[in-house]
Design a protein around this ligand. Structure first.
Ligand code: RFL
Length: 407
């Protein structure tokens, strides 16, 4: 929906070069890159600082993304504290299949919880680089996006008074439920969508990890996953019907299903613990093409959602943010527009590649429980190929790590 210029009774307009909407990994990374170049920007966030620094979500970060953060001076804590993972384990038909993707590719994953990364990025932006960030803002609205002087307005959380930020560019980094994407008039961009028709119960357990690597349980009852988050906390997933109520999943039911779906000969028992998060995530994807409308540049989940099947969303958010931060810097500092012109295309190459891998992985995770014997058969063939063909295993490992050189 387009919005007219802010009303003249909104108070005096502030001027900024860039307004960043949303303080997730994408917005904070863009903000940090701009601050490092001395570019005048402001980050607007609807939640409080404490809320975004503790919101649990992703944990798996790809090597190239860590490299990108390090190049921009944003990875010191991560490099000191993250765990390195280079193996995962599939469990199916009561057996364990170890997959050593580090050996196949020479690359690994970093495991670093998203709230820690967000905490590092806020501290660097606001406390070290002196960036302007406004928390708890209400009713954020984008205006005049097709002019060279767009604006973003919001209501002050304390006074209710409207503030207007007139700028040159708006970075729409407000995630899947933000307002940036909806500010684009219908028909001006193409939005591709896919619904997997399944959901995952996302769980955080106050329990030490039960394995030294990520576990994928492929079971007739449905998929189950295990991912270390820290020595004390483990993320688990259980496939469930879309729209299921987390209250249908009692502590006992959760642990019974996890034992069943992740059970295998010689597997050590799971460490049980209190469930501190229990949410149902319906598995769906979308991609906005192009990721640009006038002076609005979408980045991260605002521009594309990848169901957490392949742990790719935060990685894509960082990829966009590096490209956008660098492109805006090149425009402002050197008058070079090539980065902004090529932004959407460069982002979408990786986005579509990751969407395709996510789709492939969904076939593996959910095929045997689909109730369709044909699909169950082809799923098992796909799994067997991973453990019998080094070429197939290497191709899978490259996609799992996002290390293919094609980007
Ligand atoms: P975010 O992190 O959602 O940040 C958007 C920010 O914008 C704020 N906001 C607004 N601010 C101003 N005005 C408005 N109108 C606003 N509306 C919203 C929000 O409060 C928020 O602070 O988006 P960003 O930066 O694009 O980052 C995307 C990632 O957060 C997301 O893709 C990942 O969490 C996805 N994901 C994973 N990705 C990985 O790469 N590896 C993983 O291991 C992984 N695991 C996961 C995941 C997502 C999960 N959930 C909950 C969907 C595990 C889970 C369970």
């Amino acid at each position: 929906m387009t919005h007219p210029s802010p009303h003249s009774n909104s108070g005096p307009e502030e001027r900024r070069t860039v307004v960043v909407v949303g303080a997730g990994p994408a917005g904070l990374t863009v903000g940090n890159v701009l601050r490092a170049a001395g570019i005048d920007c402001v980050v607007l966030e609807t939640e409080s600082r404490q809320f975004i620094e503790t919101r649990p979500r992703a944990g798996v970060i790809e090597e190239w993304a860590v490299h990108g953060l390090r190049q921009r001076g944003l990875a010191d804590n991560l490099l000191n504290r993250a765990q390195l993972h280079s193996e995962c384990e599939f469990r199916f038909a009561g057996e364990r299949f170890r997959f050593d993707y580090g050996d196949l590719t020479g690359h690994h994953h970093y495991v670093y919880p998203q709230p820690l990364l967000v905490t590092d990025l806020v501290r660097e932006y606001a406390d070290i680089r002196g960036g302007d960030i406004r928390f708890g803002v209400r009713d954020v609205t984008l205006h005049d996006l097709e002019t060279d002087r767009p604006a973003v307005s919001y209501a002050d959380p304390e006074t209710g008074r409207r503030h207007v930020l007139r700028c040159e560019f708006v970075a729409g980094c407000d995630g899947a439920r933000g307002v940036s994407r909806d500010a684009i008039p219908a028909g001006r961009v193409r939005i591709g969508r896919q619904d997997y028709g399944i959901a995952w119960l996302a769980l955080l357990a106050e329990a030490p990890p039960s394995s030294d690597c990520v576990l994928f349980g492929v079971h007739p009852n449905g998929f189950a996953g295990h991912m270390a988050r820290s020595p004390e906390v483990t993320r688990y997933y259980l496939q469930c019907p879309p729209g299921d109520d987390p209250e249908n999943w009692s502590h006992d039911r959760v642990w019974t299903e996890l034992h069943e779906r992740l059970g295998a000969a010689d597997a050590p028992p799971l460490n049980e613990g209190r469930l501190i998060e229990k949410r149902v995530l319906d598995m769906h994807n979308y991609v906005v093409e192009p990721m640009v409308f006038g002076r609005l540049f979408l980045a991260g989940d605002a521009g594309h959602l990848t169901a957490p099947i392949a742990a790719k969303g935060m990685n894509l958010a960082l990829h966009d943010a590096f490209l956008l931060g660098d492109a805006l810097t090149a425009h402002v500092v050197e008058g070079d527009d090539s980065g902004l012109d090529g932004y959407s295309h460069a982002c979408l190459r990786r986005v579509w590649d990751y969407q395709e891998f996510s789709q492939f992985l969904s076939g593996i995770y959910h095929g045997t429980s689909s109730g369709d014997p044909f699909l169950a058969g082809t799923t098992l063939a796909r799994m067997r190929r991973l453990f019998t063909s080094r070429a197939a295993a290497t191709a899978f490992a490259e996609q799992y790590l996002g290390s293919a050189a094609a980007f």
